[in-house]
Ligand binder design. Structure first.
Ligand SMILES: NC(=O)C1=CN([C@@H]2O[C@H](COP(=O)(O)OP(=O)(O)OC[C@H]3O[C@@H](n4cnc5c(N)ncnc54)[C@H](OP(=O)(O)O)[C@@H]3O)[C@@H](O)[C@H]2O)C=CC1
Ligand SMILES: O=C1O[C@H](COP(=O)(O)O)[C@@H](O)[C@H](O)[C@H]1O
Length: 517
């Protein structure tokens, strides 16, 4: 599986089915990812791609759409005529309504022709870029239409959101599992495909100097920020039902938290890693009353504001959003992992739309050194920080104290940075490339297993239930600001503050960086 060479993986070959091929995700992420994989030889020689949706498209029209999407969104441009032609030849479009099983029987015939033409041994990967309500029907019709009768493997890749709450996620899971085994289901959380999220394991487990300090004796708190400048764009109808809690916290935020908090797995096998992540999710302190939710969670919604000098409208004025919506566009919480390693260490998480910058960062704040004669009376020492920059900048920096050159013992913070994206630039593979490649080779490490999802929903559901009771605690923030004041209060109560992202507070810090900053 994961330890096969690239040649072995690509030699097997597969047909990739993109359900929802005329949709936004396919256009912005999936086609560009497939083209990059092709350009890097990661699809091998034996592959075909079938786009599926209801609207009629000729093969030519479809290839034109794909060309435009790649031109706009892919890190490789389709300017190399020969490469584009060879790739486009492997792309076909099949118009089909998910609800109609006969369409799947026709698809079977088309697929068998493609498999014969390109010598593909019956391996089939079904990517569902569809509304989740359709996942169960597709699974059933794939089976009933004979699409699972080939000799090779069959894998189902599904997009988020996986359910609306624990019961609905459970029903959805059952529907899918009537047809596919758990090891055939690849549930996407695209944050797990991000380079720096995957790097957390390496940073933690391949360095002698982090792991011994990685516990409540040395870490004061952990801060995870996922800030976006965008509003809800054209997704008001979806977002208004989902809100930040379901859109970002239940999945991306909790996944990052588990990577930070998990115990080292005994082997780097997908199941061992996922077992450790589940243990973290199960150790998260739940919310047993609505009061507890109010104490530890802040929800906010953006109002009119300004970004980069331009006015922006409030959430309630966005398209498809009701004028009295109580949906949160901002979420912050103080979470605890109640286990031996992390007892007493707050994990602060925050995410929101219409914040001042686009940035995802994880800050590990270490406890201060004990007061000592040398420094304490004279100056306030800053805590050591380890900062993992996930997105859009990728890298890591550590902040520590050093002597300012001169005669006295003045201490100044120094930041040593490794900026990965500055080095690799646009050639960093996109999350979707990695995830499609991993699904193609059957490596489920960076996909969410059902028990992870279930545990995440079980944490999130009581928060949603408390919010349903009353919207009194909904706070507001002007678009372009760092969320409501209450989110700062969460940390101030504990004697901390949110470290500014992107090193923005670092005027007094000396930077040593591979970017030459
Ligand atoms: N867009 C994004 O950035 C992200 C999307 N996602 C998830 O990905 C999934 C797809 O999202 P997105 O691309 O934005 O959605 P869109 O609404 O843009 O696309 C939906 C696709 O489904 C097809 N479709 C709808 N009904 C049927 C049917 N009965 N039979 C066959 N095809 C059908 C549509 O094509 P047609 O009308 O031609 O049938 C279209 O291609 C969703 O689960 C979403 O939550 C997750 C993260 C980010
Ligand atoms: O899943 C989602 O993620 C995006 C943010 O992803 P990023 O990779 O750009 O940080 C978010 O905008 C969207 O609402 C959500 O559905």
């Amino acid at each position: 599986m994961a330890d096969k060479t690239l040649d072995q993986i690509t030699a097997e070959g597969a047909v990739y089915f993109i359900f929802g091929a005329t949709g936004d995700l396919a256009r912005r992420k999936l086609f560009p990812a497939l083209y990059s994989l092709y350009r890097e030889g990661k699809l091998g020689e034996r592959f075909a791609i079938v786009g599926l949706a209801r609207r009629p498209r000729t093969a030519e029209q479809f290839r034109d759409d794909v060309y435009e999407s790649i031109q706009e969104f892919c890190r490789y441009k389709p300017n190399e005529v020969q490469a584009w032609r060879e790739f486009a030849e492997r792309f076909t479009y099949h118009s089909l309504d998910i609800g109609n099983v006969d369409g799947f029987r026709e698809l079977k015939a088309t697929t068998e022709e493609l498999e014969a033409r390109y010598e593909i041994p019956g391996n089939r990967l079904f990517y569902l870029a569809l509304a989740p309500e359709l996942f169960g029907t597709v699974s059933r019709n794939l089976r009933d239409g004979g699409m699972l009768e080939s000799g090779g493997w069959h894998r189902l890749v599904i997009e988020k959101p996986f359910g609306y709450d624990y019961p609905s996620a459970g029903s959805l899971n059952e529907e899918i599992r009537h047809v596919f085994r758990e090891d055939e289901v690849f549930r996407i959380d695209h944050y797990l495909g991000k380079e720096m999220v995957q790097n957390i394991e390496v940073i933690r487990f391949a360095n002698a100097f982090f792991e011994p300090l990685w516990n409540n004796n040395h870490i004061a708190n952990v801060q995870i920020t996922l800030a976006e400048t965008v509003g809800v764009e054209e997704r008001g109808a979806y977002y208004n039902k989902s809100g930040a809690l379901r859109d970002m916290v239940q999945n991306h935020m909790l996944q990052m938290l588990t990577m930070i908090a998990m115990e080292p797995p005994s082997r780097l096998d997908p199941e061992d890693i996922r077992d450790e992540k589940v243990k973290v999710l199960r150790s998260l302190r739940g919310f047993s009353t609505p009061d507890e939710v109010r104490e530890r969670v802040v929800r906010g919604q953006y109002t009119e504001g300004e970004q980069k000098g331009k006015p922006i409208k409030g959430y309630r004025n966005e398209d498809s959003v009701p004028a009295d919506s109580a949906t949160e566009t901002f979420f912050a919480a103080r979470l605890f992992v109640d286990n031996f390693r992390w007892a007493g260490v707050p994990f602060y998480v925050r995410t929101g739309k219409r914040l001042p910058v686009k940035s995802t960062e994880i800050v590990i704040e270490f406890k201060n050194v004990p007061n000592n004669v040398l420094f304490a009376s004279k100056q306030q020492l800053q805590p050591n920080l380890l900062v993992i920059r996930v997105n859009p900048m990728e890298g890591i920096y550590i902040k520590f104290n050093a002597k300012k050159p001169g005669n006295d013992m003045t201490v100044q913070p120094v930041a040593m940075e490794f900026c990965q994206s500055c080095q690799v630039g646009i050639n960093t593979p996109e999350a979707y490339e990695r995830l499609i490649f991993d699904a193609g080779r059957g490596d489920s490490t960076y996909f969410t297993r059902w028990d992870e999802l279930a545990a995440a929903w079980q944490l999130v559901d009581p928060i949603a239930a408390a919010w349903r009771e009353s919207a009194d605690d909904l706070t507001f923030y002007p678009g372009g600001a760092w969320g409501p004041q209450q989110a700062h209060g969460l940390l101030e109560e504990d004697g901390y503050f949110w470290w500014p992202v992107n090193g923005q507070d670092e005027d007094n810090v000396i930077w040593v960086s591979n970017t030459g900053k």
